[in-house]
Design a protein around this ligand. Structure first.
Ligand code: NAI
Length: 336
């Protein structure tokens, strides 16, 4: 099958070509660095499938344009699908497939890295020591054992984080419309969102971006959080209202902030902009806080996870080509 791969970076190419080779280079992969948009959709003219990532915008006009040029399959190299108009895809007869679970531990471990780094101020200590400053002032942390961590969304990634944090002796409270009984039996306390906000010293977001979770952490939510709370977001940027969070940082309501995702990351992440002037003033303001740690959507970026993403992507394409149905299609139950 001819597949147009959008938003390609060198590692995507390496891992996808290796996965394709395992099946005898069955598919004709054509790699484009550009992200998919109305301006770039014509690059897929010869292709029956497009392969996309988190910041490719598959809104209705793009889906209709894909349909017109004969694309029948969209394979996402990610778990989230908030960037795809599923209704438009269904109407156009385009199958959308994704990677339901490639390595939840990768994102859970990155979440832990953000928590530990912010708590023990490793990012500041690293710079200080290199400059010969061995003073400890301003580097005081707290023991994670005995602290309460609030996990919002206890699916695959939230569940993996529960296992890690349990080992550190944290009290774990959680909120999810579909509580996991095995986690509850293991000691996780499921609470209403309001009660979680009031109880947690650290809040970590692991829910998908949906109309219900959009700006879940807004000005009103911030008012009900504990003073000095640590907020971690590795889910999707728009679950957090960035402007409200900046106010929370300025007032001290938020004690530290760890982000792997950002509302407007599409214009920034996954490329080297170091030679350019940063145009996003909100993002630039975030970078001024010493208690904010931002990574550029790298939670998934481990050898195991990237290999699994490539393997399942090829599996989706092969299954669609051989039996007309991708291995992991996004079913009608997900189409609101
Ligand atoms: P999952 O589908 O296994 O779990 C999501 C959980 O969130 C489910 O248990 C669901 O019931 C819950 N949920 C839904 N609505 C909620 C709400 N209003 N409040 C609280 N919980 C709610 O998904 P998984 O694999 O754990 O991924 C979670 C999210 O992590 C993805 O949707 C994606 O946005 C993000 N992600 C980020 C990555 C990164 O590199 N930073 C990589 C992979 C995923």
């Amino acid at each position: 099958m001819d597949v147009a791969v959008f938003s390609t970076r060198s590692y995507d190419r390496t891992f996808l070509e290796a996965a394709n080779a395992k099946g005898g280079n069955r598919h004709d992969l054509r790699f484009f660095e550009a992200s998919l948009s109305l301006q770039t959709v014509s690059l897929a003219r010869r292709s029956a499938a497009v392969c996309c990532f988190v910041n490719d915008h598959l809104d209705r006009p793009v889906i209709e344009a894909l349909c017109q040029i004969g694309v029948r399959l969209v394979v996402l190299r990610c778990a989230g699908f908030n960037n795809v108009d599923l209704k438009a895809a269904e109407a156009a007869g385009i199958c959308v497939a994704r990677i339901p679970a490639y390595s939840p531990e990768a994102i859970a471990e990155h979440t832990l890295a953000l928590i530990l780094c912010l708590n023990r101020k490793i990012h500041r200590a690293y710079v200080r020591v290199r400059e010969g400053n061995f003073a400890l002032d301003g580097l005081l942390g707290f023991n994670l054992a005995t602290r309460t961590v609030g996990i919002i969304g206890t699916g695959k990634i939230g569940g993996a984080l529960v296992k890690i944090l349990s080992g550190l002796g944290c009290r774990i409270v959680a909120h999810d419309p579909y509580p996991d009984s095995s986690l509850a039996s293991a000691g996780v306390e499921y609470l209403s969102l309001e009660d979680l906000f009031a109880a947690a010293d650290i809040i970590s977001l692991h829910c998908p971006l949906t109309p219900e979770t959009h700006h879940m952490i807004d000005r009103a939510a911030l008012a009900s959080l504990r003073d000095g709370v640590m907020l971690i977001n590795t889910s999707r940027g728009a679950v957090v209202d960035t402007r409200a969070v900046i106010e929370g940082l300025k007032s001290g309501k938020i004690g530290s902030l760890g982000l792997d995702v950002y509302e407007e990351e599409g214009d920034l992440f996954f490329r080297d902009l170091s030679g350019q002037t940063l145009q996003d003033d909100i993002f630039a303001r975030l970078l001024t806080f010493h208690n904010v740690l931002i990574t550029g959507h790298q939670g998934f970026f481990t050898q195991e996870a990237v290999e699994a993403i490539a393997d399942v992507t090829i599996e989706n394409v092969t299954a669609f080509e051989t039996c007309g149905r991708a291995a992991y299609p996004i079913g009608p139950e997900r189409i609101a």
